[in-house]
Each structure stands twice: as structure tokens, then as C-alpha cells.
Design a binder for this molecule. Structure first.
Ligand SMILES: Nc1nc2c(ncn2[C@@H]2O[C@H](COP(=O)(O)OP(=O)(O)OP(=O)(O)O)[C@@H](O)[C@H]2O)c(=O)[nH]1
Ligand SMILES: [Mg+2]
Length: 299
């Protein structure tokens, strides 16, 4: 007898930089979420859809749960908590190459408080970065973190055990038909994906507080008049202070130009059309702490 068709939601949680978005993309087989080595790259709940003959798994990638220092940080954490109550299974991600710490224990404790009955799979991520014995030790250490339904080591980079993880998640979904019958890989609006790709390009090479201060909005995205093969994209790149504007622009605007080139390639890949990308840097003073500006920027 064949297994019934299953469909439902899983979410990945973990501290910033644990590899949640990279894992989401690897399972979906397409870049639905931007990734970076900077903490708090993800700023909203992104749905990636995994289509299989026996099931449809919708992965909700969430921001890293952290100690909030700004209103934005609080909003991001709230989003994580809200997601927990909506999913059938949670994957708690801990990187193989970093010791389990207070951040992980905090998340595990919160999960047990907020989503008492939801099964949690322990995921040791980035196994390609750690020798075998370190991965083994991490799997053992995970057992003290939470009463996981399963614990599995994976690498999004080399594909190690991704199918095993998908099977474990799918097993916890209820029986049901496809929730997204169109075959789409995400329900993110195109404009959001485009804004995110610009932010990803801008994140590269900046450090300290600047990654947190960056936000991108799309002001306009329209086909060039009389052309069906060219899209004009006008975007604003926000920073919080004038000094940051200088860094993002770079000497004679060189850095911004690089960001534009990098983002344009990615957007052209995504949309399958040529684009003209017009980037402007703007200052939105301390937007991370300002409710009005947060609302304007979509938080
Ligand atoms: N070598 C290796 N690097 C990985 C793997 N998964 C993620 N990374 C890297 O780890 C960094 C963080 O990855 P993300 O996927 O952005 O992490 P995240 O958990 O989504 O981070 P936030 O959105 O900030 O919470 C990036 O530089 C990734 O390239 C992996 O399996 N192997
Ligand atoms: Mg992320």
C-alpha cells in the first residue's frame, strides 16, 4: 500500500548565523532566502516550498532568535514566536563547528514553553566544517539540549543528508493535499525577492553595526517603455547615519557600483530578464528603533 500524501509546515530556528536560510535554500533547490556571514540576515518569515511526489513540505525560514537590542530585534523575535504556533514540526539548528552555548539553551527553553507539543528535530548544520569526531560529539551534546524527536547531522554546502532531513520533517506532517498546487518555490512577492538580493549584495564586505543598519525598498519596478526585454528597477538602500552612507557609497561611489553589478546579476537570474538597476542611498536616522520608520520599511 502506498503512503498517504502529506502536506504542512516546518520551521527552522536557531541563533543568528546557524545556517537556517542556507539549509532552506538547499532543500527547496533554489535561492528563496538570502544568506550571509553576518548575523540577523533574515528579517521576515520566508516560505520555501519543497515539492515531492509523496508530499509538499513548506519550510518557514525565520530570523535568528537573539537578545534584542532594538525595536527591530524585538519585532524579529516576535515573528519567530508567532511562527512556532503555526507549524507542524520545528527544526532547531546548531552548527557543528561551534559549541552549544547559552543562546542555544535559551532557544530550546523558549521552544518548550511556547510550542509544548510540536515535535522538534535537532539539526547539526555545517558538518563539512567540522571533523567527524567533532560532529559525533555535537550529536551527543545535542541530547542534553532538548528532548528531540530525532537528531540529524547535515551539510547544506555539500548536500550531506538533506534527503534524510526532508524525510524526517515530512513524517511529521499531517495527511493532506498540496497547499501550493502551482509548483512555485516560494510565495514571496517578486519585489521582496529583488529587494533582498540587493540587501545581500550590500551586506558583502561591510561589518560591525552596518549590516544591521541596512534596509532596502523597491520604489518602482516597471518594464522599460517600448521594450519587453528590459525591466527598470529603482531601489533605495537605507542606512542609519551619514557616516554609513559614505561607507556604502565607497570612494567615488565605487562600492555602490559593485553592489549594483552583483545584485543585477542575481536579479537577472531570478527574473530571467535584463534589468536596469538604479540604486540610491538614503539615510533613515535610527530606523531600527523608530516604530514609524519600521512600519514604512515593512516591519
Ligand atoms: N561550510 C558551510 N557553510 C554554511 C553552511 N550553511 C550555512 N553556511 C554559512 O553560514 C553563514 C550563515 O548562513 P545563513 O544561512 O545566512 O544563516 P542563518 O541561520 O539563516 O542566519 P540569520 O538569518 O542571520 O539568522 C553563511 O556564510 C553561510 O554560507 C554549510 O552547510 N556549510
Ligand atoms: Mg537566515
Amino acid at each position: 500500500m502506498s503512503e498517504p500524501h502529506r502536506s504542512g509546515f516546518a520551521c527552522f530556528v536557531g541563533r543568528p548565523n546557524a545556517g537556517k536560510s542556507t539549509l532552506t535554500n538547499a532543500l527547496v533547490g533554489s535561492k528563496v532566502a538570502i544568506t550571509s556571514s553576518k548575523p540577523q540576515t533574515t528579517r521576515h518569515a520566508i516560505r520555501g516550498i519543497v515539492h515531492r511526489p509523496d508530499s509538499q513540505l513548506i519550510i518557514v525560514d525565520t530570523p535568528g532568535l537573539h537578545r534584542p537590542r532594538t525595536l527591530l530585534g524585538q519585532r524579529l523575535n516576535d515573528l519567530v514566536y508567532a511562527t512556532w504556533s503555526e507549524v507542524d514540526v520545528v527544526g532547531l539548528c546548531v552548527p557543528a563547528d561551534e559549541k552549544i552555548g547559552p543562546g542555544d539553551r535559551y532557544i530550546a527553553g523558549e521552544l518548550r514553553k511556547v510550542a509544548k507539543r510540536t515535535p522538534v528535530i535537532g539539526i547539526v548544520t555545517k558538518t563539512d566544517l567540522a571533523p567527524r569526531d567533532q560532529v559525533a560529539a555535537q550529536l551527543v551534546a545535542m541530547q542534553d539540549l532538548l528532548d528531540f524527536a530525532e537528531i540529524v547531522p547535515v551539510s547544506a554546502k555539500d548536500g550531506f543528508q538533506l534527503d534524510v532531513l526532508a524525510d524526517l520533517l515530512v513524517k511529521r506532517l499531517p495527511e493532506g493535499p498540496e497547499l501550493y498546487p502551482g509548483g512555485e518555490l516560494t510565495d514571496e512577492p517578486e519585489q521582496t525577492l529583488v529587494a533582498e538580493l540587493i540587501r545581500e549584495a550590500a551586506l558583502e564586505g561591510v561589518r560591525d553595526e552596518l549590516p544591521h543598519s541596512l534596509a532596502v525598498t523597491i520604489e518602482e519596478m516597471l518594464p522599460r517603455e517600448g521594450r519587453d526585454d528590459l525591466l527598470d528597477v529603482h531601489a533605495f538602500l537605507y542606512v542609519e547615519r551619514p557616516s554609513q552612507k559614505g561607507i556604502v557609497l565607497g570612494h567615488k561611489g565605487q562600492r555602490l557600483k559593485q553592489v549594483g553589478t552583483q545584485a543585477r546579476k542575481q536579479i537577472e537570474n531570478l527574473l530571467g530578464t535584463k534589468i536596469y538597476l538604479d540604486l540610491h542611498v538614503k539615510i533613515a536616522k535610527d530606523w531600527q528603533r523608530d516604530p514609524k520608520q519600521l512600519r514604512r520599511l515593512g516591519f
